[in-house]
Design a protein around this ligand. Structure first.
Ligand code: AMP
Ligand code: FES
Ligand code: ZN
Ligand code: ZN
Length: 312
């Protein structure tokens, strides 16, 4: 199918998107996405010269693309990167994902840390399933991931932690937190975290303005090795239905999704943040592991206790 001409060089276009409306040859599409990520890094002051950014790579298309983009930008913008991959389970899907991430680190010559929470903390997804905990598996898994990301960042002295969340992920979180009235989580749904004062390493989401579609096309255009299947434990929820609806609106009114996000970040988010002042909550330390925590015992240690008790 002929897509017309690349808007940059006039050669035959290979990638055509409706929202935003763009047509590019492969080379100029790659350049377009990388420039977009660079603008996001600058707009939200995500990185400074000499930062060490820990890139969290699951082996999926977003975080693998993030690794390649940050590797490229790190040279121009003068920051360093290191990878982190967490072996969440010993099931085949997760082993493949970890190996894919490692292949990418090796191809780029990026140093990385591989953590197996089963070995280090006697907890992982397999243990959580055995323990039949009441909390949804994905949310318990999120606790493990966030804890390891922060502790590895502290250990390797990383100044930022970067994840591959894209615009679609953020819009989904915004919707779910909005309808459940979870103001604290709503405020936390932003391209850069506001938790550094609480002892957490600042988290950044450099793909915040790139849609799922744009990232699929980027990974394909670059010919990246990534794992295509989604996590076998992922359950679709209301957020996914909302996103489907939003994407159909975005088809009819191109640019709507990104505009909604930008308006949220420029007008609504600052107002919520100054009204609720969640960053002023004082930092405590977990009695067990001494990591930053909201309560006496952090959620990760609570989860470990549940798993240990279920095996006793
Ligand atoms: P998810 O929570 O699976 O949607 O993943 C969101 C982001 O978290 C990904 O884009 C990665 O940056 C990071 N992430 C997820 N799983 C892992 C993992 N096993 N190891 C390292 N980072 C991960
Ligand atoms: Fe955590 Fe799927 S990656 S449950
Ligand atoms: Zn071109
Ligand atoms: Zn703890």
């Amino acid at each position: 199918m002929l897509l017309g001409k690349c808007i940059k060089c006039g050669r035959e276009a290979e990638i055509r998107l409706r929202s935003p409306l763009v047509k590019f040859c492969r080379e100029h599409y790659i350049e377009y996405v990388e420039r977009k990520v660079r603008r996001v890094l600058e707009k939200y002051h995500m990185v400074k010269k000499n930062d060490l950014v820990l890139i969290c790579v699951s082996g999926g298309k977003d975080s693998t693309s993030l690794l390649h983009i940050m590797h490229k930008l790190s040279r121009d913008m003068k920051f360093s990167i290191m990878g982190l991959t967490i072996m969440l389970s010993h099931e085949e899907f997760f082993k493949k994902a970890v190996n894919t991430a490692i292949e990418n680190y090796r191809e780029l010559g990026v140093d990385y840390v591989l953590v197996d929470p089963l070995k280090e903390y006697d907890i992982n997804l397999d243990r959580l399933i055995e323990a039949r905990i009441r909390r949804p598996l994905c949310s318990a898994c999120g606790i493990i991931k966030r804890y390891i990301m922060n502790s590895v960042a502290i250990e390797v002295k990383a100044t930022k932690v970067a994840t591959g969340h894209n615009l679609d992920d953020l819009m989904k979180f915004l919707f779910v937190n909005f309808v459940s009235g979870d103001i604290e989580q709503l405020i936390r749904t932003a391209p850069i975290s506001i938790t550094e004062r609480r002892g957490f390493v600042t988290k950044i989401k450099p793909l915040a303005e790139c849609s799922e579609r744009e990232m699929i096309e980027y990974a394909k255009a670059k010919g990246l090795k990534f794992i295509r299947a989604a996590c076998p434990y992922k359950k679709l929820g209301m957020g996914d239905d909302a996103l489907e609806f939003l994407n159909s609106l975005d088809e009819r009114y191109p640019g709507l999704k990104i505009n909604m996000f930008r308006i949220y970040m420029s007008k609504i988010h600052p107002a919520l943040r100054s009204f609720y002042r969640i960053e002023e909550v004082s930092l405590r330390r977990c009695k067990i592991c001494n990591m930053p925590s909201l309560g006496e015992i952090c959620s990760f240690c609570k989860l470990r206790i549940l798993v240990r008790e279920s095996r006793a």
